[in-house]
Design a protein. Sequence first.
Length: 147
Amino acid sequence: MNTMRIERFFKELNSAYMCADYESIADCHSLPCAVYVGDDVLVFSNRPQLLASLREQCAGNRELGCVAVSNTVINQGDLKGQSYSAWVHWSHWDKHGALLFMTKARYFCTDADNGVPQIKMVQFTEVPRSYRTSGPQDQDRLRCAGG
């Protein structure tokens, strides 16, 4: 996977997120898609489930005062076969341009037949406390799905 291509992919993903274009974000996921945050895991098995989580995540970020998000691809590596991974840091900004928080994640991807990356799994390594579930009853309400 070309580094510039993967950087462009995540910039486009970020633009779609900022425009609330959840359909385009969902198009970039291969279902089922697992998202790990610490010991918590959420498996998106269908598109409506993924779209609902993306909407909830965006609303949660707005509640925290987030008005802009940017990302940086820190590293990218090839895995076996057609798979590769990318380590991405997401910066979440308030209306004054101050950094509110960061999320850090490793994305496991493969390319679709048309060459567009498809996210197969996400492992968040750093998230704010508000992104974590509060207990077993909230296991399926994890707010991390895209960034």
